[in-house]
Ligand binder design. Structure first.
Ligand code: ZN
Length: 216
């Protein structure tokens, strides 16, 4: 789906010069596994719950972030119900530099495939982060359909965590659990690890400066 309006060259992701980077050990990434507990999220044709895929991908993402030397914190450690606004409060109180929420998509059209990264519509930094993660996923999986990142507004799915977090925030919809092929793919550990590594590469390209600003 097109219409994000972020094809502007100024918003194309690019690596930051090393001098502008926050020391890796000061980088704090809040990892949010979508849904959980009594809220399974979407359910795939073979019965796989989105909440479980999200948690598995977040575990790989935690390892990927730690390989970059970053500090990580998870908004849920177990299969527990967490309100979306509490996920945002958690990130704000911890002082995260980046908020990454991991989800899997669903559509009535079971043929739809591909990743999709969402950001808050007024957040330029969120858009930069979303574009960088989108590009990293497209590079990692060139055979899969590439979707542009998408802005979210009040009332949209994902609005709560994106609008209430005080740092650049994205929701990564890793693929469509409603598609039989992608349901199986999303449930495989090699795919989960590769998705996680690509997301971390996107974050790496949008490192904030020590004052939290991205210098462009
Ligand atoms: Zn979800």
């Amino acid at each position: 789906m097109v219409g994000s309006g972020f094809g502007d060259e100024r918003l194309a992701s690019r690596p930051l010069p090393a001098r502008d980077r926050l020391p890796a050990t000061d980088m704090k990434v809040l990892l949010d596994a979508g849904h959980g507990g009594t809220k399974p999220g979407a359910i795939g044709p073979s019965g796989i719950h989105e909440k479980d895929l999200n948690a598995q991908i977040v575990k790989f993402l935690e390892m990927a972030c730690q390989r970059h030397g970053w500090r990580t914190n998870l908004s849920r450690l177990h299969d527990q119900t967490v309100r979306n606004r509490d996920r945002a409060i958690h990130a704000n109180q911890w002082g995260a530099n980046v908020f990454v929420s991991v989800h899997c998509n669903a559509a009535e059209n079971v043929m739809v495939q591909g990743h999709e990264v969402l950001h808050w519509h007024t957040s330029v930094k969120g858009a930069l982060l979303a574009n960088a993660i989108s590009e990293a996923l497209a590079t990692q999986f060139p055979a899969r359909p590439a979707r542009p990142s998408k802005p979210r507004e009040e009332g949209d799915r994902g609005a709560t965590v994106l609008s209430r977090t005080s740092m650049p925030a994205v929701i990564v919809e890793c693929g469509f659990i409603s598609n039989s092929f992608e349901e199986g793919w999303l449930a495989s550990f090699p795919a989960q690890a590769a998705i996680a590594w690509a997301i971390s590469q996107g974050v790496e390209r949008t490192f904030p400066e020590p004052d939290g600003d991205i210098p462009w």
